[in-house]
Design a protein around this ligand. Structure first.
Ligand code: SAH
Length: 218
C-alpha cells in the first residue's frame, strides 16, 4: 500500500488538473518521492514544491513532473532520453511508464548525482533494469542510444532551434518536452516532430542546463 501522504499528493495533482491518465497515476503511486529527497527535507516530500538534492540542484515539483509525463503521452516499449537525472525520481517514473521492453537513458553532468540516483533507482526493489545511467553533458543529447521516441529535458535551456542536436536524435514521430527561456524563467515547450508543432504548455522555473548547449559552456 502506498503511503497516505503519497496518495494525497497524487489525488491533489489529479484534482488540480496536472495528472489525468491511469498510467501516470499508477507510476506516481508506485514510486515514493520520499525515497528521492534528502533526510533534511523529507517532511516536505509530498508537498508540491521543488526540493534541494545537493550540488545546487533540485528535484522538480511533482505537479511539473506529472504534467510533463502526461503531455509526452508515453507508451510501453518506447525509447526515452532524459537530460538531467538529478535525484533519479523522474527517471524511475519513466522506467515504469515504458515497461520492461522499453528503454530509458538518463544523463547528468554531475557524476556524484548519477551515482546517487542509480542507488535510489535500483535499491529496495525499485527495478529500473531498463535504465542506462550516463555521466556527461546531456545538452548534446546521447547519440549512442538514439533515435528516441521521447526526449525530456529537466533543466532550463536557453534555446531549442531545429538544428539543435536533441532534435536530430528524435524519431520522426517523436516528441520532446523542455523548459526553454532564461535562467530565471522558462516556458515548457512541447515539440511534436511529426506535425512540427511547438506549443508553450506551462510557465516554469528549472535550474539551468550547463554544458555546450546550456547556459555555461564548460
Ligand atoms: N529530473 C530530476 C531533476 C533534475 S534537476 C529529478 O527527477 O530529480 C536538473 C539536473 O540537470 C541537475 O541534476 C543537473 O546536474 C543536471 N544538468 C545540468 N546541466 C546538464 C547537462 N548539460 N547535461 C546533463 N545534466 C545536466
Amino acid at each position: 500500500m502506498p503511503e497516505k501522504g503519497l496518495v494525497m499528493m497524487v489525488d491533489c495533482l489529479a484534482a488540480a488538473g496536472y495528472l489525468w491518465s491511469r498510467s501516470v497515476r499508477d507510476a506516481m503511486l508506485c514510486v515514493d518521492r520520499a525515497r528521492f529527497v534528502p533526510e533534511s527535507v523529507r517532511a516536505l516530500a509530498y508537498a508540491d514544491a521543488a526540493l534541494p538534492v545537493g550540488y545546487g540542484q533540485t528535484i522538480s515539483a511533482p505537479s511539473v513532473v506529472a504534467f510533463m509525463l502526461e503531455r509526452l503521452e508515453m507508451g510501453k516499449g518506447m525509447n526515452i532520453l532524459e537530460v538531467g537525472t538529478g535525484s533519479g525520481y523522474n527517471c524511475c517514473l519513466l522506467s515504469r511508464l515504458v515497461g520492461p521492453w522499453g528503454r530509458v537513458t538518463t544523463v547528468d553532468i554531475v557524476p556524484e548525482l548519477v551515482a546517487a540516483a542509480k542507488s535510489n533507482c535500483t535499491g529496495a526493489g525499485m527495478g529500473c533494469r531498463n535504465v542506462e545511467f550516463v555521466a556527461g553533458d546531456g545538452s548534446r543529447g546521447y547519440e549512442p542510444n538514439a533515435p528516441y521516441d521521447r526526449i525530456i529535458v529537466t533543466a532550463a535551456m536557453p534555446m531549442l532551434g531545429f538544428s539543435h542536436p536533441l532534435m536530430g536524435q528524435l524519431k520522426l514521430e517523436g516528441k520532446l518536452i523542455a523548459p526553454v527561456g532564461t535562467i530565471l524563467y522558462q516556458d515548457l515547450v512541447l515539440f511534436d516532430r511529426k506535425t512540427g508543432r511547438r506549443d508553450l504548455v506551462l510557465p516554469v522555473m528549472f535550474v539551468p542546463l550547463a554544458g555546450k548547449y546550456g547556459f555555461r559552456k564548460d
